[in-house]
Write a protein that binds this ligand. Sequence first.
Ligand SMILES: *Cc1c(COP(=O)(O)O)cnc(C)c1O
Length: 549
Amino acid sequence: MRAETNKQATANEESLLRIFTVPEAPDSTLGRIEQEISQNLNGFLSEHLVAKEHKLSEIEKDFSDAQLPEEPQFVSDHTSFLLDKLVAQSVHTSSPSFIGHMTSALPYFMLPMSKIMIALNQNLVKIETSKAFTPLERQVLGMMHNLVYGGASSFYQEYMHSEQFSLGAFCSGGTIANVTALWVARNNLFKPSGNFKGVAQSGLYKALLHYGYKGAAVLVSERGHYSLAKSADLLGIGREDVIAIPTDANNRVDIDKLRSTAKQLRDNGIAILAMVGVAGTTETGNIDPLAEMAAVASEVGCHFHVDAAWGGSTLFSHKYASLLAGIELADSVTIDAHKQMYVPMGAGIVLFKDPSLAGHIEHHAEYVLRKGSKDLGSHTLEGSRPGMAMLVFASMNILGRKGYQLLIDRSIEQARYFAELINQQDDFELVSHPELCLLTYRYVPAPLKAILRSGNQVLISQVNEYLDDLTKYVQKRQREAGKSFVSRTRINPSIYQGQSITVFRVVLANPLTTQQILQDVLQEQRELAQTSQIALPMLMKMLAQWQAA
Ligand SMILES: *Cc1c(COP(=O)(O)O)cnc(C)c1O
C-alpha cells in the first residue's frame, strides 16, 4: 500500500480497493527499485545479488515460517524482505561469467514488455479473454513453423488461423512441448477404429488390446532429455519404455542400433510410439543425424519427433542451420524460445508438420473451447496461459533473423575459441568438442596425462575416479566463491571405454561473455584445484607410484 499514513493498510475496504487502482509512488521503495531496474538492470543486480558464501541450508532459514500472514503489510515493508532476502540471495544468471546453464541474459526490452503483458493479463486459453493475442500467437506459430518447415505462403494462408487446424502450440517450456508431441503421437497411433473409441477416450489398456500390442515404446539416444521419461510416465507407457539407444563417439545416436532395436521391439509385439531425435543435447550440445533418423522412422512407420528445445534456434543462422538438416522431416519439433531466443522463461513451443495432427488431442467443453471456436485451449495441454507469444514476436521483430544469426554465430564461435583455449593448456582436457555453443572439459594435472594415455585400463579408471572428485571439488568451490559459474555433469566419452567421468559443462549463450572471462575461468579453476586436500594429493601419490614402477 502506498498510503503509509493509513496504518491499517489493506485491512479496511477502502484501502483494499486502492491497491487495484493506485500506482506506486516513484519515491517509494518499490518505485525506486522499478526505476533502477529499468534504467540500469546490470548495476542493480551487481549491487543487490551479493554472492554470500551461504549454503542453501542457511538460506532456507530465511524461508521457514509457515505462519499465514494475518495482518496486512505495507508494500514498502514487504519490499525490504524482497531486497534483503530474496533478491540478495538469488543467482546472477545474467552475469557474463555465469556460463554453466542455458539460462542467461535477456535483452533490456523484455522487462518493460513483460510489464505490458502482465498489465493486459490476457488468458490465451480462450478468445473471450484474449482477442488480439490469439491471432498473434497463431502468427508466431506460423513463423516458427516456417523457420522449421519452410512451407509455401499459401499453406500459411490456409492453416494459420483455421479453427480446425494447429501449426503448433505454445506452452510453458520444452518439457510440456515434448509431452504434447508424444501425446499427439500416442493418440494418433491408437486412434479410434471400428468399435474402439481411441486411447484418449478408452485408455491405454484397451488400446493395446484392440491393436494387439503388448506395450509401446519411445526410442531416443542415451543423451535424450529426462522430460521424455516424464512424458512416458504421464502417457501411461512407463519410464522403462523409453529405450535409450547408444551413441557414437560424438554423442549422436547409433543409427544401426536404432534400426535393429526398433525391429526387435516390433518382433516382440511392442508398438513404436515415436522416435525422438535430439538437436542439441542438454549435456554436450550434439545433434543426432536427423535425416537418417527420419528414414528409419519412416521404414518403421512411426512418429518422428525432434527435441530441438536448445538447438532449434540455430535455424535462424544461415551459416549453421545446416547442422540441423533433416529437422524438416520431423512430424513434430520442440523449440524453447526461453533458451537461445533470449525470451524470459515460460516460452516453449511445439510445432506440427501436419496441421491436422493436433486434432488427435482436441478437447471441447461447454462454457469454453466450444466446437468451432478458435480457442487455443482446445489443442493445448495447459489451460490458462499468459501471452508469452507477445515477447517472442517482439524479439523476432526487434532482432530480426539477422540479429538472431549474429547471436547464434557468436555463441558457436565463442565455444570454438574456448575449446581451442582448453586444448592449448597442459593441464586441462577437452572432453566434448562444441558442435553448438556447449562443451565439456576437466582439469587434469599435466603429469597425469601420461597415465591416461598409458593404456593401463585399471589404473586409468582409478585415476578417473579421483579426477571426478577433483572436478566436483573445483566446481563447488567456484560456485561458492561466486565470481564465475560452470556446471558439471557425468558423461561416458568413448576415449575412456564407456567409463563415466565427471566434467565441467559450459554453455556460452551470453553475448557479453568475453575471451578474457574464459581465460579467467580456467585460471580460477587451476588455482582452486591446488587447494584440494584429498583428491589432488591422492592423484600425486598415484603418479609417484606409477613413475617408480
Ligand atoms: C531444456 C531442454 C528441455 C526441457 O525444457 P524446459 O523448458 O526446461 O522444460 C528438453 N529437451 C532439451 C534437449 C532441452 O535442452
